[in-house]
Design a binder for this molecule. Structure first.
Ligand SMILES: C[S@@+](CC[C@H](N)C(=O)[O-])C[C@H]1O[C@@H](n2cnc3c(N)ncnc32)[C@H](O)[C@@H]1O
Length: 369
């Protein structure tokens, strides 16, 4: 079976590496989408364990379409009853088109829906299709006249782990925090410090990774509503994930100048019983003193998207030079929307990665020496 895993644009390599570690061979990786093959129920394991994917789709089919007739016929040619029941709620969730003859999203939506329903009526030999049970969300991608039909197995985006009940003003997406941690090469034996921790996303993601807690362990997925949901199989994957947790001491610290943020971060960590693995403390970045000579500073300082905030953010980046001077042996990974962060921080990064998530554009700056 073919799968598609989605990530923010720019993070394809990190997600591909995660998949490779799970023994998948990557067929294609571009435009925030990784294509690979896997077993019939691998999406249980993928949703449970991937830290940097936004969603996991089953690829239902791929064909060329220049007209709506082609689109309809292409869907009719697919075998669909192994994925849909005779009474599922079918939702054409999103249509994305580029450089193609077909572009009218609402017409595409209705043609796809009609063709799927007609094909299922034929396969199930029924006269009418009642949409009653289970949610089946479909995405249609049309690029260069090639249609890809994808069935969402995740439901809510995978960044929603379930621990973040409270957030800061500008919370970082959990999947981007996890990507920074994996990309930087942080491991459980290393020190990790987030001097601008806000609601605690980076320290919490690090603790989950450090203890090998599967990111999807405490949430639900849409496939649990499906007609072919195998509860005992999914239970085995979950049991396996629980057995793989390695409780061990970690050296993870989160600081923020706001008391309120520290309270929120502590509460979020305690939602997953991670409070004893992370030390959160109210501290100004300017007064951070560490008992360690080496480690990782992985952080998300204020962005300053608005004009006045921008000046303030730039000042903070200048003040961050102090950290680098005082702790030169640390590795740094800093994410911000500011394209010129390096100018203010006073040195050029070893790696700069642009990450695009919807309308948000971020840059991850890494300093490795
Ligand atoms: C972009 S937010 C971090 C969001 C966080 N990654 C999350 O997911 O919630 C930046 C944080 O930096 C904190 N901050 C601003 N100036 C600071 C300073 N001088 N020292 C320490 N923290 C500061 C703010 O209170 C805010 O929580």
């Amino acid at each position: 079976m073919k799968y598609l895993a989605l990530c923010s644009l720019g993070l394809e390599k990190i997600l591909s590496n995660e998949l490779k570690k799970m023994n998948y061979k990557i067929d294609k990786a571009n435009d925030g989408m990784i294509e690979f093959s896997g077993g019939e129920f691998d999406y249980y394991n993928l949703n449970l364990n991937l830290r940097t994917a936004e969603r996991v789709f089953i690829k239902l089919g791929e064909f060329n379409a220049f007209t709506f007739d082609d689109l309809y016929d292409g869907i009719i040619s697919l075998h669909l009853s192994s994925f849909f029941p005779k009474n599922g709620k079918i939702i054409i969730d999103k249509v994305r088109t580029s450089r193609s003859a077909l572009y009218n999203q609402s017409v595409i939506q209705s043609v796809v829906k009609k063709a799927i329903v007609e094909k299922l009526k034929k396969e199930y030999k029924i006269n009418s299709y009642k949409e009653e049970n289970g949610e089946y969300k479909i995405r249609v991608y049309i690029k260069n006249n090639k249609v890809t039909l994808a069935l969402d197995t995740s439901g809510e985006g995978l960044h929603k782990r379930g621990y973040r009940k409270l957030v800061s003003e500008a919370p970082l997406r959990e999947t981007i925090a996890a990507s920074m941690i994996l990309k930087a090469g942080w491991k459980r034996k290393h020190v990790l410090i987030d001097p601008f921790c806000g609601s605690g996303t980076i320290p919490i993601e690090a603790a989950m990774y450090g203890l090998n807690i599967a990111p999807g362990l405490y949430r639900n997925f849409v496939f649990e509503t499906w007609f072919n949901f195998d509860k005992s199989k999914f239970g085995k994957y979950k049991k396996n994930a629980i057995e793989n947790i390695k409780y061990t001491d970690l050296k993870i610290f989160g600081f923020d100048k706001e008391y309120k943020m520290i309270e929120i971060a502590k509460e979020n960590a305690s939602n997953f019983n991670l409070d004893k693995y992370i030390e959160f403390e109210r501290k100004n970045m300017e007064s951070v003193t560490l008992d360690f000579e080496e480690g990782y500073i992985i952080t998300n300082p204020p962005y300053g998207d608005r004009l006045n905030d921008k000046k303030h953010a730039e000042k903070i980046y200048e003040q961050m030079r102090y950290l680098r001077k005082k702790y030169p042996k640390f590795k740094y990974s800093i994410v911000t929307s500011h394209e010129k962060f390096e100018e203010f921080f006073g040195s050029k990064s070893d790696k700069k990665k642009k990450v695009v998530n919807g309308k948000q554009v971020l840059y991850i700056y890494e300093y490795n020496k």
